[in-house]
Design a binder for this molecule. Structure first.
Ligand SMILES: NC(=O)c1ccc[n+]([C@@H]2O[C@H](COP(=O)([O-])OP(=O)(O)OC[C@H]3O[C@@H](n4cnc5c(N)ncnc54)[C@H](OP(=O)(O)O)[C@@H]3O)[C@@H](O)[C@H]2O)c1
Length: 330
């Protein structure tokens, strides 16, 4: 079968490998669709812990269960599934265990025609989604869900700013925030993406390349209860300025690095919180899928490509005109 392996520093290869063997507790899933995350490209670049060469990459996938090892799991055979990429989150919902990893490094991931996966990682594919849409959900959907609801405590009627709308995770934060009845605003470095967000129901859009202080917004809308960000850098001090008292910034990445300073004065006086989040627990994965089904949410897909193009598509994850997920038909 074909699989995309990390073969060396900076090197990935779509190559022929043996079909995986089943072992106790596992199911063999025929993968129908996979999607790319920024994480995959960071692994390729070697900017990720626990890198191992020869591993099949990929965290996101959906498919059909073909076989199971144990007779007690036979009801899964033929089921259309989406895979939870968490490995060993552990019992504490607040934080992952020390053993925690994500499918696709250092353990074999989804970028292959078949995966052998513990049965407890399988979830029924939301009925209203096709395989391509379902495959775009796992990593980004889970990260956005925890950031918005568990960490951010978002409720209907609150003002939330989703920073960097074009991002794979940010689009889920946008869609989930809207479904929860919040007033969802977005920022982006692209006016075309802002226009798209407004058409999709954003209350306002701000180009961080033109006005990183969000001047007009601060004057007219009274500020935000919650800001979700993955860019980091000095921009965080602008966010601190445009939060309402007791507001929160929840960040899940720091693509632009660390801030040179942090406005602690404003933070303590206005009772603000800045907090980090990573992925989400297994329960949150189930809750995220239930939320997506309840609200009939359809992920934003940037492009659909054949699996044979996955190797050459990696660099497109950083393309400036991308909105949503790059997905592959396997
Ligand atoms: N902690 C976790 O569990 C977790 C999970 C997933 C991802 N991450 C991390 O989060 C980051 C984003 O991941 P992703 O998969 O969503 O990546 P992505 O699809 O490549 O999105 C990156 C987005 O960042 C936005 N951006 C760039 N500079 C910005 C700035 N100055 N202000 C606001 N937004 C800016 C851009 O939005 P526009 O195009 O709209 O300008 C871009 O589309 C990466 O660093 C990734 O490693 C962490």
């Amino acid at each position: 079968m074909k699989a995309l392996l990390l073969t060396g520093p900076g090197k990935i290869e779509l190559t022929e490998i043996p079909k995986p063997q089943l072992s106790p507790g596992k199911a063999l899933v025929k993968i129908k669709a996979v999607s790319l995350n920024r994480r995959d490209d960071r692994i390729r670049e070697g900017k990720y812990p626990k890198i191992k060469f020869g591993v099949t990459m990929g965290s996101d996938g959906a498919g059909v269960v073909e076989e199971v090892f144990d007779a007690e799991h036979k009801e899964w055979i033929g089921q259309e599934v989406v895979i939870n990429p968490n490995i060993d989150w552990g019992a504490n919902p607040d934080v992952q265990s020390g053993k925690y990893t994500i499918l696709g490094m250092p353990v074999d991931g989804t970028f292959s025609e078949y995966v052998s996966i513990p049965v407890d990682r399988l979830h029924h594919k939301p009925f209203h989604l096709d395989f391509l849409q379902a495959a775009s959900l796992p990593l980004g959907g889970l990260t956005a869900f925890r950031a918005l609801f568990r960490k951010g405590g978002l409720t209907a009627g609150q003002n939330v700013l989703i920073s960097g709308f074009g991002g794979g995770v940010a689009q889920f934060a946008f869609l989930f925030g809207k479904a929860a009845g919040a007033n969802v605003y977005v920022s982006s470095g692209s006016d075309a993406k802002l226009e798209k967000a407004l058409k999709l129901g954003a209350k306002g859009g701000y180009n961080y390349k033109k006005d990183a202080n969000y001047t007009e917004l601060w004057k007219t809308k009274g500020g935000f209860d919650l800001i979700i960000d993955s860019a980091g850098g000095d921009q965080i001090n602008n966010f601190i300025k445009i939060l309402r008292p007791s507001g929160k910034v929840v960040f899940y990445g720091a693509t632009n690095g660390l801030p040179n300073k942090l406005d602690l004065y404003r933070m303590f006086w206005n009772q603000l919180s800045v907090m980090g989040t990573t992925m989400g627990s297994d329960n949150e994965f189930s809750e995220m899928l239930a939320f997506v089904s309840k609200h009939q949410i359809r992920p934003l897909i940037d492009s659909i490509r054949p699996f044979s193009k996955i190797e050459s598509s990696f660099t497109d994850i950083t393309q400036p005109n991308k909105v949503g997920k790059i997905v592959f038909q396997v």
